[in-house]
Design a binder for this molecule. Sequence first.
Ligand code: AMP
Length: 190
Amino acid sequence: MKYYILFGPPGAGKGTQATAMVEKYNLNHISTGALLRKEIAAGTELGIQAKTLIEKGCLVPDEVVEGMIENEFKTVTGVDGFLLDGFPRTLPQADALDQILARNGSEVTATVSIMIPDEMIMERIKGRALKEGRADDASEDIINNRIVTYHNQTEPLIEYYSKAGKYNEIDGIGTIDEVRDRIFSVMDKF
Ligand code: AMP
């Protein structure tokens, strides 16, 4: 089983690129953001709690997303691996992931990081807001908070996975096809 992490700031194009990646490498796509939005739409207790945090551009508690990931690993079969999109987003989540995988004698295969500069994040998310209507894409304040959250809580993972020799960064500037080809050339190595 392969365990890929799709990493990058909000608006880098992770969701867009994930579709091509799961198809080419027969992976199951796990987006913690999408799973949380599903809970919100279904009006579950978890969804109600997550909504307030998401709409402020904050992260939901580590245990919540860790539980979701573990559950997906247990229930999905018939794939060659998983593509984790938007998880892990904090050092404790990265540590929890290592432990979950180690219990099954596995480990993270590689991190594929799509990088774009901060100036592009706002522009990209505003474009997406028009198409997808996500509540957390709605205001500049919320987007700014997500950028700050990314730098403070998620960026330390670059060092974490670099030290483990599992960090692969690709340039996220270019057309969707150009970025996809850069990703494929990294993933073909594993
Ligand atoms: P995304 O669709 O990945 O941009 O996620 C949307 C929002 O869901 C984030 O801004 C967070 O509030 C929440 N979220 C998604 N994944 C995580 C995670 N791994 N840890 C904490 N919060 C998350």
